[in-house]
Write a protein that binds this ligand. Structure first.
Ligand SMILES: C[S@@+](CC[C@H](N)C(=O)[O-])C[C@H]1O[C@@H](n2cnc3c(N)ncnc32)[C@H](O)[C@@H]1O
Ligand SMILES: Nc1nc2[nH]cc(C(=O)O)c2c(=O)[nH]1
Ligand code: SF4
Ligand SMILES: [Mg+2]
Length: 211
């Protein structure tokens, strides 16, 4: 499989934010979100066997592992990687764009599914049947670029009853929407969701790789 980077960092997103975590970032993504902060993972990378990836992950001695990208589910071997990580006893998080069917993913893994708001330019790429596959241990996430994205996200949360299903997270597009603005909208609407900022961009430089 093609890998951009494997690194050990503080989990910056999700309900696991703040915990030490190993990241496996797979190369390539069929989407092009307007605000993507990981465009360096679209191309290049290094071909690695499943055994090589497992050895690299093991070297960090950390129980929490996130499979991300790029779009991790765009490579067919990722299904086997996730299964192997689960089988070895890691707590596995899979960060995915929502555009690719999650049904082949090992259900011991926890899925963090982005719902692509209109500001990303990728809403029409969403594979909506994914939402029906989520369980209480998964997470749904909206990355919001402005007020119209926020209103759209609230509509989707209501239409699919997402807050009754699993944790729902909302974060502002970095340096595009003021965190305080999003926080105020959430509070004003009494929205029972989880606001989040990408911790690693505050701990390290906003454009740092491998953190
Ligand atoms: C780089 S993506 C990789 C996984 C997968 N392709 C996806 O989109 O979920 C990881 C996470 O970073 C978020 N992200 C990317 N660029 C961002 C930005 N500029 N501001 C806030 N979040 C961003 C994405 O929405 C996604 O939740
Ligand atoms: N520290 C850190 N936490 C993260 N959580 C999700 C990330 C991602 O790019 O998917 C990410 C990342 O790139 N770095
Ligand atoms: S789906 Fe994820 S990796 Fe792909 S362009 Fe969007 S944010 Fe970037
Ligand atoms: Mg990231």
């Amino acid at each position: 499989m093609r890998i951009t980077e494997i690194f050990h960092s503080i989990q910056g997103e999700s309900t696991y934010a703040g915990e030490p975590c190993v990241f496996v970032r797979l190369t390539g993504c069929p989407l092009r979100c307007t605000w993507c902060d990981t465009a360096y993972a679209f191309h290049e990378g290094q071909e690695m066997s499943l055994a090589d990836v497992m050895t690299a992950v093991k070297s960090y001695g950390c129980r929490l592992v996130e499979v991300t990208g790029g779009e991790p589910l765009a490579q067919s071997q990722t299904i086997e990687l996730i299964e192997s990580l689960c089988e070895t006893g890691y707590k596995v998080l899979v960060e995915t764009s929502g555009a690719i069917d999650i049904s082949p993913v090992d259900r011991r893994a926890q899925i963090i599914l982005d719902v692509k708001c209109p500001g990303s330019g990728m809403t029409e790429r969403m594979w909506w049947p994914n939402l029906a596959q989520l369980t209480a241990k998964d997470e749904v996430k909206f990355v919001v670029a402005g007020r119209s994205d926020y209103d759209w996200a609230v509509g989707i949360i209501e239409r699919y009853g997402l807050t009754g299903l699993c944790p729902v997270l909302m974060s502002p597009v970095f340096e595009t929407l003021e965190p305080r603005q999003l926080a105020e909208w959430i509070l004003r609407d009494r929205l029972p969701i989880r606001f989040q900022l990408q911790l690693h961009k505050f701990i390290w430089a906003p454009d740092a790789r491998g953190v």
